[in-house]
Each structure stands twice: as structure tokens, then as C-alpha cells.
Write a protein that binds this ligand. Sequence first.
Ligand SMILES: Nc1ncnc2c1ncn2[C@@H]1O[C@H](COP(=O)(O)OP(=O)(O)OP(=O)(O)O)[C@@H](O)[C@H]1O
Ligand SMILES: [Mg+2]
Length: 312
Amino acid sequence: MANSIVTLTLNPALDISSSADIVIPNHKLRCSTPIYEPGGGGINVARVVRRLGEEVLAVVPLGGGAGHRVESLLEDEGIPLRAVAIEAETRESITIGVDATEDQFRFVFPGPSLSQSELKTCEQALVDEAKTASCVIISGSLPSGVPAQALASLVEAVAPASVIIDTSGEALLEALQSGAYLVKPSARELAGIVGRDLPTEIEVIAAAKSVLKDSRVENLVVSIGAGGAIALGEDGSVRRLRAPTVRVASAVGAGDSMVAGIAVGLARGLSLSEALRLGIAAGTATVLTSGTNLCDPEAVESLLPLVVVDQS
Ligand SMILES: Nc1ncnc2c1ncn2[C@@H]1O[C@H](COP(=O)(O)OP(=O)(O)OP(=O)(O)O)[C@@H](O)[C@H]1O
Ligand SMILES: [Mg+2]
């Protein structure tokens, strides 16, 4: 069957999580049996798209033992994968929860660099797989060896599929100069771009307007955690989406779930407002689940009518 949504994760990880009673320096810390999960922005997005019932395929460069593990974990979850073999070993990320304080320590390594020819092979794989796709999602950080400008050429290469990009730092700046359909920074990431804090909704909207004006993208969606999101279009539209109030178990994966919900909505032919509503419901549903767990589709359904969309 045709894939309606294709994701690209250039810097994937084997996520290892465990817990310890207490964390103190210079001692051996005995941890619980680790849990292994496939990780990286586009991989998380693909996992949520799959849960929401749409066809998806993940394009991922993978190498070494950790790469094999990511591949088999995705297979176990029934997520179609186009693995691009790379020379170096895929990175591992480590999360240690502390039982006594409920704190989480997250150790994130840089990941292997991609050679030019490996990047080219990823681009070709993405182009092949995106031929039948309505939406391509590029999500997560860029590994070393990949210039941020590569994003613009990836967006051009998969045309006419609509591209959604969720990344940060230098890559986010470049994403804004690509012809992407939609870019989703968080308010924190937007603040990093404009170089000042954005403590109020009015300041987020003002910053988003100026960033969108200087960009080449069609839509800028700024997520603001419990505050929901603000979506600005190049047509001058401003949509304010309010997330339902919920008890937060863990916000890990909220942004990836939001992007997955938006893509699923667009793949189903919904209007952008309704796709954004589904995105907020998916993000909020993920906040209800503990640790690295992603959203439950029934929770997404029940939150959907509670998302308020104001358009001006
Ligand atoms: N506390 C919360 N209550 C309700 N919904 C939330 C909460 N936190 C996040 N969400 C939902 O998840 C979406 C994305 O969250 P957020 O803005 O934190 O993005 P993020 O990409 O996870 O952030 P970052 O990348 O900066 O860590 C929000 O727009 C909202 O729908
Ligand atoms: Mg994010």
C-alpha cells in the first residue's frame, strides 16, 4: 500500500531508559533492567502516525549493533522502514529516572557523522519513498557532516509532497529558508532564534510574525507547551489553539506527537485548522503518559473536541 506519510530521521538513537533509587556522585549506581526504544524525532513521529492509523514509512540511516537494534525494534512495532546502511555506529541515548525524587537525567550523545555519499543515499531513499506520499516530515537534529543547507535541497527533492520540519538551532534557521509547508519550533526554540525571552503570548505572536515574514515557509506553528500553539500562515492568518488542561505525567515526545497529529490530519484531507487541532490533541495525549511513552489513540479522540481553535 502507498505510504501517505514518510518521515526522515538523520540522527536516530537507540534510547535506553532505566531507573535508580538515588543518584549520588562517585558511587556505583545500581539501575533497573533497561528498556530499549527506537528514538529520534522522525522515528517518534512515525510511531505516533502508526498509532493514529495512517500508513507511514521511516527513512533512517543506521549503523553497527545499535543500528540493528533500532531496526528490529521498529519491525517489532510494525513500522515500515527504509534503513540506509552507514559506516559508523548509531548513537545510544541514556535516560535514568530517580525513584526517590522523580527527577530524570537524560544523557544525549552527538551521534555519528554522515559522509556526503551516505547523505546522498538518504536523500535518494527519501525521494523514492516520498513519490506516493502526501506529506514528508523531517524531524530531529542534524548529525555532524550534514550542513544545515541540506534541508532546503531535501525539501526541493521531494516536491510536490508537503514538508513539515521540526528541528532546532542552526538547522531551524535553515529550515525557515527552505520551501517547507510548515515548520514547528517550540516557543523556547523561537526565543533562541530571535535572541530574547518570549514570556507572553503577545510576544510569541510578534516574534513569530517577524520570523515568518523573513522566511520562505508557508506556515509557522509555534508550540507553547500547556498553552497549546500559535499558527501563522503566509496568507496573514493567525490561529490560536488552546490545549486542554491535563495532569502532566511526562512531556517527553509531546512535540513529535503534535507533528504526527498534524501530518495525519493533512493526509486525511482535513483543513489546516482541523489538522492542527488533531496535532494539539496528540501532543496533549502524550503528556498524559509516563516516561517516554507516546499517546494512546483513544485519549487523542477524547481530547480532540476539547481543543479550542480561534482564527483571525
Ligand atoms: N503541560 C501540557 N498540557 C497540555 N498539553 C501539553 C503540555 N505540554 C505539551 N503539550 C502539548 O504538546 C504540544 C507540544 O509541546 P511543546 O510546546 O512543549 O513542544 P516540544 O516540541 O515538546 O518542546 P521542546 O522541543 O522545546 O522540548 C503542545 O502544543 C500541547 O499540545
Ligand atoms: Mg520539540
